[in-house]
Design a protein around this ligand. Sequence first.
Ligand code: ZN
Length: 372
Amino acid sequence: MIDASRLKRLFLELVRIDSLSRREGRIAKRLAGELESLGAAVRFDDAGAKVKGETGNLVAHVPGTVDAPPLLLCAHMDTVEPGEGVKPVEDGDVIRSDGTTVLGGDDKSGVAIVCECVRACREGGLRHPPIDVVFTICEEVGLLGARHLDMSLLRARRGLVFDSDAPGVVFTRAPGANHLDVVVHGRAAHAGMAPERGVSAIRVAAEAIAAMRLGRIDAETTANMGTIQGGRAVNIISDHVHIRGEARSHDPARLAAQTEHMRRCFEEAAARHPGSSVDVDVQTSYEPMIVADDTAIMKLVFAAAERLGRPITSAAMGGGCDANILNRRGLEVVNLGTGMRDIHTTNEWLAVSDMVAAAEVTLSALQLAADS
Ligand SMILES: [Zn+2]
């Protein structure tokens, strides 16, 4: 069975180990030791070298007690800033950060749940299929670990990613996203002596953004201009503005349409100001994820929750995670909520009982998978 105090103890230990993106070396070593002590064969792939980080993705093979299809359990080891020197504060069932850093429950709650489930299987002598544990690097900086994951090290074709908030919810749909990098060129001139010779890049950028549909576009689509930098001095007409933004949608056609709309706003604004021009660079951040409720993995998750008498629902999430990439790379994975809350803020917290609930559903799924 899931041991709540053991799970909590491991979580508290893990959040105290600094592991910003590309600096997951220490936590990777700790987790390799944890899994090896449970009889797993642990390897690291070469993703670390590709992203110039301290370590690659951790891939562990836990032998099964029965000959059943292997199941993947996946979480990411890196955390966002400010994430160094985390001092977790316990308040009954709740663990929060001390307000100076994130807690790192994103995604150490997922990592701890996976470790606890493997331990519960091994030490409890439970029936379970072969388990592939994958702890990725660099999820927070563009899903880089999952992108570079050496798929040849995996035996499993389906499984669970633990990287979302709401307990009792399994995320099966996630948006695709495009990243826009825009440079607006104007013409510099002295603002007091010869303003008519200048073309203001700031004005062009402002007109473009003012004309743009941003925020929530429809139920499936959002867009944002996130950063803007430009100008040289108050007495110089600005000749250069750099803007970065994004569009997201669960629907590929709407994602393309919104991205095109944003590009056009810049081009039309530049066209109104002869002498200015724009360079709009669009990169795909990640592709949308759609896993149907009648897939094998979802049937397993629903059955596992039902066995515990706990309802679980499938839902769409607003962000991308490793699951987007892994589905795209041929696996069938869904994202199970761990209880992490107010993530990516210094108010981050979680309830241990939520982590326990997610671990119990997972353990139930492992036992059902052993019978399949
Ligand atoms: Zn995460």
